[in-house]
Write a protein that binds this ligand. Structure first.
Ligand code: QAP
Ligand code: CO
Length: 170
C-alpha cells in the first residue's frame, strides 16, 4: 500500500479526461488499494483516480463514519432516474479548505464494475448520488468549482495559488 499525492486546483492535470479500464489486473487492484489508503488518510469520503494523476476511470467512496463501507466504481455510468435536483455543500480533496453549494441530480442509477471486475448496478440518492456525480466529473476533467460563479471560483483559485507559492518557498 502507498499514500499517493493528491493534485490540487488549479493543477492543469486535473483537466485530463480519464480512459476506460479495459482489464482489471493487479495494477488496477493496487491503484484501488492505494486510493483507499490515500482517501482514508486525508480524510475524505470520495476520490477519483484523476486526483492522484492516474487517468483511468476508477473511483472509490466510503460514506460510513467508521470506514467500514468501501465502494469501488470502475468505468462508472450514471443514468438519471427522476429530474429532481438537490443542493448540497460540497468539498473536494483537490480544493482543500473550501466548501460551496452545488446542485445535482438527487436520484440516479449507477452501473460499474467492482474491484474484481464484476459488473453491478445500484440506485443512489442523497449524499451517495451527489458523491458519485462529483467523482465522475473528475474523470471528465471537471471540478465542482466549475459550477460556481467566476467570482467565487477565481477567489478560490487565487487563495490556493498563494498557498502553493508559500508551500514551495518553505
Ligand atoms: C466529494 O470530497 C464530496 O476541503 C468528496 O480540507 C464532498 O472527500 C461529495 C476534504 C462532499 C459530496 C459532498 C475536503 C477533506 C474531503 C477538504 C471529500 C479538506 C479535507 C473532501
Ligand atoms: Co473531488
Amino acid at each position: 500500500m502507498a499514500l499517493l499525492e493528491i493534485l490540487e486546483y488549479p493543477d492543469p492535470r486535473l483537466r485530463t479526461k480519464a480512459k476506460e479500464v479495459e482489464v482489471i489486473n493487479d495494477d488496477i487492484k493496487q491503484l484501488v488499494d492505494d486510493m483507499f489508503e490515500t482517501m482514508y488518510a486525508a480524510p475524505g469520503i470520495g476520490l477519483a483516480a484523476t486526483q492522484v494523476n492516474v487517468h483511468k476511470r476508477v473511483v472509490v467512496i466510503d460514506l460510513s463514519e467508521d470506514r467500514s463501507e468501501p465502494m469501488v466504481f470502475i468505468n462508472p455510468k450514471v443514468t438519471v432516474l427522476d429530474g429532481e435536483y438537490e443542493t448540497m455543500q460540497e468539498g473536494c480533496l483537490s480544493v482543500p479548505g473550501f466548501y460551496e453549494d452545488v446542485s445535482r441530480i438527487e436520484h440516479c442509477k449507477v452501473e460499474a464494475m467492482d474491484r474484481d471486475g464484476n459488473p453491478f448496478e445500484l440506485e443512489a440518492r442523497g449524499l451517495l448520488a451527489v458523491c458519485i456525480q462529483h467523482e465522475i466529473d473528475h474523470l471528465e476533467g471537471k471540478l465542482y468549482v466549475d459550477y460556481l460563479s467566476n467570482l467565487k471560483r477565481d477567489r478560490i483559485r487565487k487563495k490556493l495559488e498563494k498557498q502553493h507559492r508559500q508551500q514551495a518557498k518553505a
